[in-house]
Design a protein around this ligand. Structure first.
Ligand code: G6P
Length: 617
């Protein structure tokens, strides 16, 4: 999704800062880029200058040419098209009456505003909703005593979501910004003030950030900052150190971020569990005030999320209902937010998100039926993100920044945290300090998790060889049973996302009810077959595929007593505690999608049409 960077600095040329920031935001997904700067024009005057280009940030570098612009105040943007095709005239910044503006989000009443502004004589040069904001502020500027009043009044006219950064040629050192529904942080440094959609964009200049709240607006100069609430009251917000500032953001020895992130999983899981496990119990104080007491009252759970995070929720449902005996419903946020949801008494709402900024998940949290809600728990990978600030309680996964669009370590750390939550729920129902047989087993299993995931990674060379078979593949089926059904769904999603192969996942028992009709020698059927009570049933389903000439690839356990042969490639997984098998079995599916994407020659880290952080609906 769109990315914003802005800078107002004391005697530092902002162009390299803006370009590096854009490059650091590339992972979010975009189709064009642009920047605007106040460039010195002699006699103390400045001139607003804009450069835009379609395609990668590299194209913007090229458009800037050999003599890049120099200036102390500037804004920059990567655009992910929503209103208007990816084209230079639609790229941000948009300008009006000496101001330049970048925007992330969607303005829902842009049509009405556009008509109003056109009747006032404003001429539109793009198809975007963003240009409406630029002209609207310009209009208010003509009718307001000062720019900040004009900015506030314009924001009051907007319906929808926005993060905005704005400069004006009459204010040579002031950077204005505001947020409502889309993320924006202020970076604070000796050299000046900065804004960005994500702290990652600014880590080369600062690790100190102010997280704006919904409706906040700010005026920043290199040395001063003023922040106001939407109502106009001044706000003082804390400056916080970014927790992941020490994490390396380059690919290191790896060819792609995705591969690096797959291999980081044992460490990410260990970091997520740090300080959460006792001898035979889990420590729940980490969740925040009153959470421990609230957990004991939970009688229902609603889990809401999108994409990969939704799959994590689906796995957790099996754990929570099986081990904690608590009814659990899981739903995609884009549905949950728009329907009448029946919330039984003492329901805990769990929202899961890697980024903590996904528009639908945030909206689901905000619009949840509060009648019977005990409270909300955000399970999130980004400290300080909107979701963590708006939920009652929070549980942070410690995966570190995830750059690959296809989520890997975020998923397995979410599963880790959800299994931990299952244990916390069981424990909260047991009086006394000692563990129960179930919590003892769960704590033991959680402890063994980093090693189990490291063991799964040893299948990498076999998977690399296997991937060559997918060179001509256009469709694939994934099968699983129990908690491994959503693992199969996640495997199919990964393959779809980065190799563009049409992949579907089915609960293996559903095979006969439709998908079996698709099976022939051209259809790889990939399955995860852990050692559990459903193994024999799954094996029967696999035979059904084999009998119809299907090409089976099975990541199975030793206990199945199966070997590779005609129509079946059996890869034996290292032995693993069944409680954590869904997490261990996720890893080979991640590796398979990665290796197949290499065979297909796709852009692994930035697959077409997708965005890492989906901050619009
Ligand atoms: C996008 C990403 C997915 C992610 C989903 C939900 O579609 O490409 O990888 O699973 O958003 O994101 P979240 O940050 O809420 O987990």
């Amino acid at each position: 999704m769109c990315g914003i960077v802005g800078a107002t600095t004391r005697a530092h040329n902002t162009t390299p800062i803006l370009l590096e920031g854009l490059q650091r935001l590339e992972y979010r997904g975009y189709d064009s880029a642009g920047l605007a700067l106040l460039v010195p024009a002699g006699e103390g005057r400045t001139r607003l200058t804009r450069v835009r280009a379609t395609g990668k940030v590299e194209a913007l570098h090229t458009a800037l040419g050999d003599t890049p612009l120099k200036g102390y105040l500037g804004i920059a943007h990567t655009r992910w098209a929503t209103h208007g095709v990816p084209a230079e005239h639609n790229a941000h910044p948009h300008i009006s009456d000496g101001l330049a503006l970048v925007h992330n989000g969607i303005i829902e009443n842009h049509d009405t505003l556009r008509r109003r502004l056109e009747s006032e004589g404003f001429v539109f040069t793009s198809d975007t909703d963003t240009e409406v904001i630029a002209h609207l502020i310009a209009w208010h500027d003509r009718h307001s005593p000062d720019r900040i009043t004009a900015f506030r009044k314009a924001l009051q006219d907007l319906k929808g979501a926005y993060a905005i950064a704005l400069i004006h040629e009459d204010d040579p050192d002031t950077l204005y910004c505001a947020r409502m529904g889309s993320p924006l942080v202020i970076g604070v440094a000796e050299s000046g003030h900065f804004v960005a959609s994500d702290p990652l964009a600014l880590l080369s200049v600062t690790d100190q950030f102010i997280y704006l709240e919904e409706g906040d607006m700010a005026s920043l100069t290199p040395t001063e900052r003023q922040i106001w609430r939407a109502c106009g009251n001044p706000a003082i917000l804390p400056v916080q150190r970014y927790e992941y500032a020490d994490h390396s953001l380059d690919k290191g020895e790896y060819r792609h971020y995705m591969l690096k992130e797959i291999h980081e999983q044992p460490r990410a899981i260990a970091d997520t569990l740090e300080g959460l496990l006792g001898e035979d119990r889990v420590f729940t104080a980490i969740l925040g005030p009153d959470a421990e007491q609230a957990l004991s009252k939970v009688r229902n759970i609603h889990i809401v999320a999108c994409g990969t995070s939704y799959h994590a929720g689906l796995v957790a449902r099996y754990w929570i209902e099986e081990h904690a005996g608590i009814p659990c419903q899981v739903e995609v946020a884009s549905e949950y937010r728009y329907r009448r949801v029946m919330t039984p008494p003492d329901t805990l709402l769990v929202v899961i998100s890697q980024s903590g900024e996904t528009a639908d998940t945030l909206a689901a949290l905000r619009h949840a039926n509060r009648d019977n809600l005990l409270g909300s728990l955000a399970l999130c990978n980004v400290p300080g993100s909107s979701l963590t600030r708006e939920a009652n309680w929070r549980l942070l996964t410690r995966a570190g920044p995830e750059i690959g669009v296809a989520s890997t370590k975020a998923f397995t750390t979410q599963l880790t945290a959800l299994l931990w939550l299952t244990c916390a729920l069981i424990q909260s129902r047991q009086p006394g300090q000692g563990g129960t047989p179930v919590t003892v087993d769960l704590v033991h299993a959680l402890r063994s998790l980093p090693q189990a995931v490291a063991d799964s990674l040893t299948l990498a060379p076999q998977i690399e060889t296997l991937a060559a078979r997918f060179a001509e593949t256009r469709h694939a089926l994934f099968l699983g049973r129990g908690a491994h059904y959503p693992v199969a769904m996640e495997g199919a999603l990964k393959l779809k996302e980065i190799s563009y192969i049409h992949a579907e996942a089915y609960a293996a028992g559903e095979l006969k009810h439709g998908p079996l009709a698709l099976v022939d020698q051209h259809m790889p059927v990939i399955s995860v077959a852990p050692s559990n009570s459903l193994l024999d049933k799954l094996k029967s389903n696999l035979q059904e595929v084999r009998a119809r000439g299907g090409q089976l690839i099975v990541f199975g356990c030793e206990q199945a007593g199966q070997e590779s042969g005609e129509g079946i490639e059996w890869l034996t997984m290292p032995a693993v505690d069944p409680l954590i098998a869904p997490i261990a079995h996720t890893v080979p599916l991640q590796l398979l999608s990665y290796e197949v994407a290499l065979v297909k020659g796709t852009d692994v880290d930035k697959p077409r049409n997708l965005a890492k952080s989906v901050t619009v609906e």
